[in-house]
Design a protein around this ligand. Structure first.
Ligand code: DAH
Length: 340
């Protein structure tokens, strides 16, 4: 009987030790000691050999041991549950004061940006935007603009021909003709868009570039109106202090014609590297719409007059942002583009 008491004490001690060992499932210990084939059950089974007086004593003791082991298992389970929760809370905690992840967002290409700025200036003056095809007839690109076949003006615009009569437009001026054919005065449009010329690529040339064309036709339109519009455009684009000047020039589709300069916005007109010491920078071509062009579109030049102008958008962007190589605008180098 003392043997059994000792054995029970041993079982309790072993079980309690095991229950609290790291990595041991307390339920396994329950099966090992209290299960059908468990150590404690074995002791209870062997009680048959005891005397009737001894049996209740050992029975009681065995029940105490069982209760103690059960209690230890429960306590261990509670402890494990609590520490698991704590672990989870620690590992899942969110530090709301940490700086967030920054996402790089894109932005518009500098050419698109400047085109929209230019459009805004003219939209603000009551112009609307007109578009025309990039694959154009020789008629609209040249003939209707008073540039007949063999006219020397064709040489200055090295044109991509698709057939004898179809080409890639070399200027945005054909949109003038298309608008005047369809719409009677008053007309007040700008036409920004791509143009093509068979030029080799270098710092100031590209076979594809962009122009912005302007056209106003109404009764009593004068060169003074042209000057007013261009002055506003120049101040808005290059700064309040900008002045403009007209130099006599020749374009077949305007008469009189002028090349227009803006005072150098880098030096204010004193002369610097940007304006090559001139104080002025050539920026666009303009003039009063030639009577032949008006009448060719069914508009009576005795009743109506108009002015037109056209300039390169790349040129404006390059001047404004001090870009010295046009190729930068087409190469999509992020180091360049991200500066805008
Ligand atoms: N189309 C001309 C060019 O590409 C620019 C131009 C000059 C447009 C005078 C005009 C104008 O409308 O009046 O060189």
């Amino acid at each position: 009987m003392n043997e059994l008491k000792k054995k029970l004490a041993e079982i309790q001690a072993q079980a309690e030790k095991k229950i609290n060992e790291d990595g041991i499932d307390p339920e396994k210990v329950r099966i090992e000691y209290l299960g059908k084939k468990g150590d404690l059950t074995a002791v209870l089974r062997s009680m048959g050999s005891l005397s009737p007086e001894e049996r209740p004593q050992i029975g009681q003791l065995a029940n105490k041991v069982r209760a103690a082991i059960e209690a230890a298992i429960e306590a261990r389970k509670q402890h494990l549950k609590a520490s698991q929760l704590e672990h989870r809370l620690m590992s899942e905690k969110l530090d709301v004061t940490m700086p967030g992840e920054r996402f790089e967002i894109g932005h518009r290409h500098p050419l698109t940006k400047i085109r929209r700025e230019l459009e805004d200036i003219f939209l603000g003056l009551g112009f609307s935007i007109a578009e025309g095809p990039e694959v154009e007839y020789d008629y609209y690109n040249f003939q209707a603009l008073n540039i007949p076949p063999n006219h020397p003006a064709r040489d200055t615009q090295d044109t991509f021909y698709i057939t004898d009569s179809v080409l890639l437009r070399s200027q945005t001026s054909p949109v003038q003709v298309r608008v005047m054919e369809k719409q009677k005065p008053p007309i007040r449009i700008i036409s920004p868009g791509r143009v093509y010329r068979a030029d080799d690529v270098d710092a100031t040339h590209s076979p594809l570039f962009h122009q912005l064309e302007g056209l106003v036709v109404d009764r009593g339109i004068t060169m003074g109106d042209l000057k007013g519009v261009l002055e506003l455009f120049a101040k808005n684009t290059f700064g309040e202090g900008t002045r403009i000047r007209f130099r006599p020039h020749h374009f077949p589709f305007t008469e009189p014609s002028a090349e227009v300069d803006v005072s150098c916005f880098a030096c204010g007109g004193k002369g610097c590297r940007l304006c090559k010491g001139e104080g002025w920078i050539e920026i666009l071509g303009a003039g009063m719409v030639h009577p032949k062009v008006l009448s060719g579109c069914g508009i009576d030049p005795n009743e109506y007059s108009g002015f037109a102008f056209g300039f390169g958008i790349e040129r404006v962007a390059m001047l404004k942002y001090h870009i010295d190589d046009m190729r930068l605008l087409y190469e999509n180098d992020m180091r360049f583009l991200s500066q805008f």
